[in-house]
Design a protein around this ligand. Structure first.
Ligand SMILES: Cc1ncc(COP(=O)(O)O)c(C=O)c1O
Length: 381
């Protein structure tokens, strides 16, 4: 059997990983500033993570949501504290798309409405509603198309107000990434997030903060929406939540009420997944990784800003993007193949940095040196 060929891949086989580094099958070391797409939050193979998962696997790896699971309750308790949302409710699934799918559905169950407001350049996943609310027609199959999604320009308060004025009573939810990831690292303004909060409250719509990529401490606060000092009604999470173990979650404000059978999943919140998520929360807390993301991220952004050839350096914490001018269009490729540094990208010319939240200043310096060298070489060519 062949693999279904949907991924453009780099010809690298990763055999070992530790902290912010991975090694290929030839023993070559790479600095990982991509984290397998913003997934590695506490660093690869963190000892506490390995130990907690191994111990759990030796006890019980899986059982479904038909039995009591103290691990889920422990996770809800610790996550409530870490995220600053102790009165919210936790529902567990296994991926980011599933998190958004359930959030959109829950909002609609709650207010009985159908319309969803989403934004230009958004990415919310590939399941049916999540992809319908994603601004990329190339990945929306005909069967996913629905007239229920209203796409508005990002950070445009006037357009949002006009939309609510015209059809506020039909809007079920507004879904927004606090920092757009796949769209190229676009930070939602504080005024925009505050306006979403105000309009949702006025019109009985549900504010869904897609925090799958920008959440879990990556921005230097637990949720990037926290910078605007607003509470969303539902936060969706995945990626960094399990440091590579597939787990996602939605946390739900107290006024949204559960009913048996309303949502459900076989794998969500199983024993191993909870052990992974607990290990992550414990390490984030013990090692102050949210603060580290804020500090090392700020340092990296300040230093990138000093390189005049890089344009429009932006982001928050360890979610950083910058535009690469045409003259240095091979920069990302050269960082990988010459300097052995993994980075992410966004079309057409953005380099995205999504490293572990435990990134050290000296790892950041390794990237800065490599970029400076490449720019020097490019200028001499
Ligand atoms: C903001 C955002 N939401 C949702 C998703 C979908 O997550 P998953 O790939 O785990 O389904 C992603 C994935 O990149 C994302 O960046």
């Amino acid at each position: 059997m062949k693999l279904f060929d949907v991924y453009p891949i780099n010809n690298i086989i990763i055999e070992k990983a530790k902290g912010s580094y991975v090694w290929d099958d030839k023993g070559e070391q790479y600095l990982d500033l991509y984290g397998g797409h913003a997934v590695i939050s506490i660093g690869h193979t963190h000892p506490h993570y390995v130990e907690r998962l191994t111990a759990q696997l030796n006890k019980v790896g899986f059982y479904s949501n038909s039995v009591k699971m103290p691990l889920q309750e422990e996770l809800a308790e610790k996550l409530g504290k870490l995220s600053g949302k102790p009165d919210y409710q936790l529902f567990l699934i296994s991926s980011g798309a599933e998190a958004n799918e359930n959030a959109l559905k829950l909002a609609s169950f709650h207010n009985g409405r159908k319309k969803i407001v989403a934004f230009k350049k958004s990415f919310h996943g590939r399941t049916s509603l999540a992809v319908a609310a994603t601004d990329n027609p190339a990945i929306v199959a005909p069967v996913n198309q629905t007239p229920n999604i209203i796409f508005l320009p990002f950070n445009d308060v006037a357009a949002l107000e006009a939309c609510f004025a015209a059809q506020g009573s039909e809007i079920s939810s507004v879904i927004i990434e606090g920092i757009q990831g796949v769209g190229g690292i676009n930070v939602a303004s504080e005024l925009f997030l505050q306006s979403i909060r105000r309009l949702c409250t006025e019109h009985g719509a549900v504010f869904i903060a897609d925090s799958v990529q920008c959440g879990y401490g990556r921005s230097g606060k637990f949720f990037s929406q926290d910078f605007a000092d607003v509470d969303a009604d539902i936060y969706t999470m995945a990626k960094g939540m399990g440091n590579g173990f597939p787990i996602g979650g939605i946390i739900i404000a107290p006024h949204l009420q559960a009913k048996h059978g309303m949502l459900g999943t076989t794998f969500g919140g199983n024993h191993l997944a909870c052990a992974a998520a607990l290990a992550v929360v414990e390490v984030i807390e013990k090692e102050n990784l949210v603060q580290n993301a804020a500090q090392v991220g700020q340092y990296l952004m300040d230093e990138l800003n000093k390189i005049p050839q890089l344009q429009n350096v932006r982001g928050r914490g360890l979610m950083i993007g910058f535009d690469v001018p045409e003259a240095f269009k091979d920069l990302r490729k050269n960082l990988l193949w010459k300097h052995k540094i993994f980075t992410g990208e966004a079309k057409p010319n953005v380099i995205r940095l999504l490293p572990s939240l435990a990134l050290r200043k000296k790892d950041a310096d390794q990237l800065l040196e490599a970029i400076k060298e490449e720019i020097q070489v490019g200028a001499e060519a």
